[in-house]
Design a protein around this ligand. Structure first.
Ligand code: ZN
Length: 367
């Protein structure tokens, strides 16, 4: 049994779900029955011997990792193992990596670390060398569609379409199948390239995309923010009587800290919303390039041609065909480069609006 695992796979391949299932299988006396108390508490995140870590802000810092290291040194209270799951090990800072490394080097006998990241290169080489790698693959369209139909009751046609559009990203496919606003946002994005007709339009669209992302995040975190605030208030007994001055001071400090954490989380989530926009745009231009390089637009339209390379955005086939005819492959490659640049800018803390404006100006440029 290895004490440290690195679970890697592209977004949507189910890294954190796999890690949880693995943790449940380790805690369960039956090897993962899915029904006993150990399995259920582990999967729901309530097992005291399984710590699930998700980055609240942009990164996981050294203090947090030191806390985890202390937890990892403890004997499991009731379970068979002490398990620490870091769902976004790629967000561990360099300094925190060193702290983590110490724990990975001398693990107590009943401790297991499960680290998740998109690729092995997303964690430091030294961490990688001390873990056993587990590679997940993206499920194919049919598998995703079947899951949506059987598990989520999505109708067959919608299931097939969203499975294809989302390229095997299960969570995204489900969100798209079940949420009307997610479908509206997608519609907005796949029709975007044809609206970039001038500088004014580009700037306007950039502002709109960022504001859609911000309001989406606001809606998603409103309940969580309110619960966290209520918990804090309750722990200080807010709502009844007057408090001594020193308590008022610590309350004010904790409230400020919570507000900062919530702000940092919202910022991170806006970036990940915009990352989805970049993904949609990337597949859109990838489709344009596919057509420009001579693939047939839809299967069966050109007899005798080798298996047609399918376009991803089947729901935007007309606009993609038009764009493929109106531009050159060199232009399309420049557009794809511009998307990569914008993505890198967001990673380097350029403001979302600035990154988006500069991207859309490039996409709107005919050169
Ligand atoms: Zn079980």
């Amino acid at each position: 049994m290895s004490h440290a695992w690195l679970i890697v796979g592209p977004p949507g391949s189910g890294r954190s779900n796999a890690a949880r299932a693995f943790a449940a299988a380790l805690q369960c006396a039956e090897g993962g029955c899915g029904e006993c108390n150990s399995c259920r508490t582990t999967l729901s995140g309530a097992n005291p011997d399984v710590t699930l870590v998700r980055a609240q802000g942009l990164s996981i810092g050294v203090d947090e990792v030191r806390g985890l290291a202390r937890k990892s040194a403890m004997t499991p209270t009731g379970g068979r193992w002490q398990i620490i799951v870091i769902e976004e090990a790629d967000r561990v800072t360099d300094q925190a990596s060193n702290a983590l490394l110490k724990s990975l080097e001398e693990p107590p006998p009943r401790t297991v670390w499960l680290l998740c990241a998109p690729t092995p290169d997303d964690v430091s080489v030294t961490i990688r060398s001390r873990t056993r790698e587990l590679h997940l693959v993206t499920p194919n369209d049919d598998d995703v569609a079947r899951l949506l139909i059987n598990r989520d009751g999505v109708d067959q046609q919608t299931a097939k379409q969203v499975a294809h559009i989302t390229q095997g990203h299960v969570g995204w496919a489900r969100g798209l199948a079940r949420s009307e606003s997610a479908r509206a946002t997608r519609q907005h994005i796949i029709t975007l390239p044809s609206r970039l007709t001038g500088v004014g339009a580009c700037l306007q669209e950039a502002a709109k995309l960022v504001s859609i992302a911000e309001s989406q995040v606001k809606e998603n975190v409103a309940e969580l923010d309110a619960t966290e605030r209520a918990n804090l208030d309750a722990s200080y007994g807010i709502g009844g009587g007057s408090r001594p001055a020193e308590i008022a001071t610590t309350y004010a400090r904790d409230k400020k800290r919570l507000e900062e954490e919530q702000k940092s989380r919202a910022k991170r989530l806006v970036r990940s919303e915009l990352d989805k926009v970049f993904t949609d745009l990337t597949t859109w231009y990838r489709d344009v390039l596919t057509l420009q390089l001579g693939a047939t637009p839809l299967p069966g339209t050109a007899p005798g041609v080798l298996p047609a390379v399918q376009i991803v955005n089947v729901d935007a086939a007309d606009a993609i065909t038009a764009a493929a005819q109106a531009t050159t492959t060199a232009q399309t490659i420049r557009y794809l480069d511009a998307i990569l640049t914008a993505r890198a800018q967001l990673d380097h803390n350029v403001s979302p609006l600035m990154a988006m404006e500069s991207l859309l100006l490039s996409l709107g440029s005919k050169r």
